[in-house]
Design a protein around this ligand. Structure first.
Ligand SMILES: *Cc1c(COP(=O)(O)O)cnc(C)c1O
Length: 225
């Protein structure tokens, strides 16, 4: 994709976010667009940077390590989010590289992140992934385990989770899932809601999303890998 085409797609997504926020009676500034660049080359990220985008997301630590260090030195205000599963043995790398980690989903990872943050002297914001449809194959704490896991993060590991993240089951109406995530966040005193992707970010904004994770609508389709 050309730099001009990418800038136009980015502007269109931003306009849709602003319109959705407006319809919900919310300020567009309360919704952060996380541009999910996984599988796309550093050149695509650069084109988005040239168009003013500063917040990016990746789902693999190793891919992020190869793409971002050079870009971060040229764009010091670039912010990087991890939206994919994190293995405990990569916790330290993730703490070093990412500003926000969306996928805290189990006690052993909480423990590993707490240790890594102490070692690195760096504290990325943490979001707890909720398996909002309680699907057997999916990562995340189930909705009925969420309150206890938030409390454990605070009390046992001295972590201060910033919010919750979810990916609703495919082929279902996402709105009730987003509403449930928002309700859990509200009762647990968590401000950030990472929900909504290319196909449903407007619905997520209507339900209170503060972070929308949009890949395809910005960068185009991904090659299989
Ligand atoms: C790939 C991915 C996205 C972006 O998905 P699109 O449908 O391309 O917008 C969002 N969130 C997560 C966790 C992802 O892995």
């Amino acid at each position: 994709m050309t730099v001009t085409a990418l800038a136009a797609r980015l502007a269109a997504v931003r306009a849709r976010i602003a319109a959705a926020a407006d319809r919900a009676g919310r300020a567009a500034a309360g919704v952060t667009l996380v541009a999910i660049a996984k599988t796309h080359p550093a050149a695509a990220v650069e084109a988005a940077l040239a168009a003013g985008q500063r917040v990016f997301g990746e789902n693999r630590v190793q891919e992020a390590q190869s793409k971002y260090p050079a870009l971060k030195s040229r764009y010091p205000d670039l912010r990087l989010h991890l939206v994919g599963p994190l293995q405990t043995n990569k916790a330290r790398d993730a703490v070093r590289l990412f500003d926000v980690i969306h996928t805290l989903d189990r006690p052993r990872l909480a423990e590993a992140l707490a240790r890594a943050m102490a070692q690195e002297g760096r504290r990325p914001a943490l979001l707890i992934e909720v398996n909002i449809g309680a699907e057997p194959q999916k990562a995340g704490v189930t909705p009925d385990q969420a309150d206890a896991f938030v409390a454990d993060c605070r009390a046992r590991w001295n972590l201060a989770p910033a919010g919750l993240m979810c990916i609703p089951p495919v082929g279902t109406d996402p709105a009730p899932h987003f509403a449930l995530l928002a309700a859990i966040a509200r009762r647990d005193g968590l401000a950030e809601l990472s929900m909504g992707m290319s196909d449903d970010f407007e619905i997520a904004i209507a339900q209170g999303a503060t972070l929308v994770r949009v890949g395809t609508a910005i960068f185009g389709p991904r090659a299989a890998r």
